[in-house]
Design a binder for this molecule. Structure first.
Ligand code: SF4
Length: 672
């Protein structure tokens, strides 16, 4: 029998259609259960049942839990099913937070429909993206009406967007079916500094506010880590109140937290703000004031002054780096920081906004003034150089761009103070949380001392389906001959694997040096940075024998099941670069406490990243392949054991290249 409950929670109304039959969600994972009927690829996985049981227990007892769920367990369902059962029973609200939007959309588009088949009376589940992902009808229409686009092509694209706005229900960038320049989107997306809220003529129809009303009515909200933290910090409630939170991709929580609580002032971003009003070429906001020559002249003068001050400041800052350095840790405050120039321009724009009789123009001017003010405040905060709790540095990224960055060192206490006490249960999960089977490292980084921990192995048959090859006959990576020897070996491996390989580097520099030593013969070579990530991955999947050379983001989160990724080559153990300012500052702190930073921080950080890289190889039960590690330190050095002990126990290890060749032959001809 179904019945409906209306409940008030956190001053909102959520509608629950409650099915009283499900009392133990764990039972849904057992053989012969309903999951087998609704999921064609269902197979019983005891680890999945165990995970679901622990998630259910944590939610119902109000406790905290960290679960490492090896690849292939089916962890999304193992937390979603208990979580929705819990919200049905308790009439509370749960957040599921992921690091990537990719996983957010996978959860809402693939997993939740499946859960709905299992539990037909599922209460509302919504996905929430950051506000800049929603189209702002007011900005789009206002810019079109005033001809505020730089080129005819831009204006034509904006008109197409207007048509799309009439048909789309959500107005989310992710759903727009055509390529869209980022610069254009940023001018027409929801921007909190320009939004007119209740005064907006499109308020009742606004995509963003409609989404927010939807979030309020939802019992489960799928967010991402960065929105989650923004929601915590927002003065007005950005997200509805949640009772419990499940962090998937919890291994990335520290990154998200550091970004959120840190400061970043970017030269490029500041130039974009100034260009938005008064560009060097093209039409800025100022174009809408063309009929008021005096005002235009004044704004041009103020923007010009600010631009000069910024240019001088960033040139001065860049000179500290010299011609070659990429980043420099700051121990002394920078000189001539242009705070007053930013505030002066901000005041001038606010004054013009007050006098403007055009409401679009007024809100855009005020919004820009607010951004300049916020940047001035960030600069002031940055100059405090809080070296106890954070580290500050300048870095060069590409031509004409200097970033000023401040990053907090200790995230654990922030999470313990600001996150965990706000929820009855906090659940963390990821395929990689342990180092050599221990939770100690992640626990110290994320402050998990009040968490129960559980490690569940991957159900994949690594003993039979994969092989680990360590190249112990080439020099170690710090040897001058390494690149040459590594490139030769990569060619031999690619010949044996017939392409079908992902080659992972630890830096673009290393990738570029090695790729130049590898002639492109029979197989297509793809390089990170030469195409957008999604396109690159699509080509890599479609062209089975292609070889993808990549670094950084490709160590984690990419999913290429099947033959295209038969061989994974890890060129170097992924230690952070030794001059990374945050790493250096954390190491100093640890040394002060008489703790060895290498073994307690650098090695575990590298092991977790290495495990993420390793996890790219076997994505399904049918996948077979070889991982080639070209860094012999994994065998030669004492710390190598931490890496090896963190891999599946049954994984065979060889140093014989012939065995790799034999293994790959067998992959292609299982009968030999
Ligand atoms: S309410 Fe704000 S975000 Fe929505 S259409 Fe209006 S100005 Fe844009």
């Amino acid at each position: 029998m179904l019945f409906m409950i209306l409940t008030r929670h956190s001053s909102v109304t959520i509608t629950y259609l409650m099915n009283p039959i499900i009392t133990d969600p764990t039972s849904l994972f057992r053989p012969g259960s309903r999951l087998g009927q609704v999921l064609p690829t269902y197979e019983y996985r005891p680890q999945q049942e165990e995970m679901a049981s622990h998630v259910w227990h944590a939610l119902t007892t109000g406790s905290n839990l960290a679960i490492e769920a090896g690849t292939g367990i089916g962890k999304s369902l193992a937390y979603l099913v208990p979580a929705v059962t819990w919200v049905i029973k308790t009439r509370k609200r749960v957040a599921v937070s992921t690091y990537t939007r990719l996983l957010q959309s996978q959860l809402i588009n693939q997993d939740i429909p499946l859960v709905r088949k299992l539990i037909p009376d599922l209460p509302k589940v919504a996905v929430a993206y950051g506000q800049e992902n929603y189209l702002c009808r007011f900005r789009l229409r206002s810019r079109l009406a005033r001809g505020l686009f730089d080129t005819r092509q831009e204006a034509a694209t904006a008109s197409r967007l207007l048509d799309w706005a009439e048909t789309t229900t959500q107005g989310i960038l992710l759903n727009y079916p055509h390529p869209l320049p980022a610069k254009l989107w940023h001018r027409i997306c929801r921007d909190p500094t320009t939004c007119r809220r209740n005064d907006c003529p499109y308020f009742s129809d606004c995509f963003y506010y409609r989404a927010r009303r939807n979030w309020e009515k939802s019992a489960m909200l799928i967010v991402n880590h960065s929105l989650f933290f923004a929601g915590l910090a927002a003065e007005t409630e950005l997200l509805p109140k949640m009772d419990a939170v499940i962090f998937d991709e919890a291994n990335r929580l520290e990154d998200a937290c550091v970004r959120h609580f840190g400061i970043r002032v970017s030269q490029r971003r500041l130039s974009q703000i100034l260009d938005y009003i008064c560009p060097v070429a093209g039409r800025g906001l100022i174009h809408a004031l063309a009929h008021q020559a005096g005002i235009v002249e004044n704004i041009e003068k103020e923007v010009g002054f600010c631009r000069n001050e910024l240019l001088n400041f960033f040139q001065e800052t860049e000179s500290l780096l010299g011609p070659d350095a990429i980043r420099l840790r700051l121990k002394q405050p920078l000189q001539a920081v242009p705070v007053s120039a930013l505030n002066r321009l901000s005041a001038s724009l606010n004054k013009t906004a007050r006098d403007a009789d055009d409401e679009h123009l007024a809100s855009e001017l005020k919004g820009t003034a607010r951004k300049l003010e916020d940047t001035a405040n960030s600069l002031t905060e940055f100059m405090d150089l809080d070296t106890e709790n954070a580290v500050q540095w300048v870095e060069r990224t590409g031509a004409n761009n200097i970033n000023l960055i401040s990053a907090p060192l200790d995230i654990a206490h922030k999470l313990k103070e600001l996150v965990y006490p706000g929820f009855t249960s906090t659940i963390m999960t990821s395929a990689t949380l342990t180092v050599a089977d221990e939770f100690g490292f992640i626990s110290s980084r994320l402050g998990l001392d009040q968490f129960k921990t559980l490690q569940l192995d991957s159900p994949f048959d690594h003993g039979h389906n994969s092989l680990l090859f360590v190249a112990n006959k080439i020099p170690p990576p710090n040897h001058p001959d390494f690149n040459q020897a590594g490139a030769k070996l990569i060619q031999r491996i690619l010949k044996a694997s017939h392409g079908r390989a992902l080659v992972l580097f630890t830096s673009y520099d290393m990738m570029n040096r090695v790729r130049n030593l590898i002639p492109q013969h029979s197989y297509t070579h793809l390089y990170q940075g030469e195409l957008p990530v999604a396109q690159l991955l699509q080509q890599f999947r479609n062209d089975t024998h292609s070889v993808l050379f990549a670094t950084q983001s490709f160590w984690q989160g990419i999913d290429v099941p099947g033959e295209s990724l038969t061989c994974l080559i890890i060129c170097r153990l992924p230690f952070e670069v030794p001059d990374d300012p945050r790493l250096t500052a954390i190491a100093e702190q640890l040394r002060k406490q008489r703790i060895d930073p290498f073994n307690t921080y650098q090695v575990p950080t590298a092991v977790l990243r290495f495990r993420q890289g390793f996890g790219r190889l076997i994505r399904t039960k049918k996948d077979r392949g070889v991982v080639c590690v070209l860094d012999r330190r994994i065998l030669d050095r004492g710390y190598g054991n931490s890496f090896l002990k963190s891999l599946p126990k049954e994984l065979p290890l060889t140093t014989s290249f012939n065995q790799v060749v034999r293994f790959l032959r067998k992959v292609d001809n299982p009968d030999i």
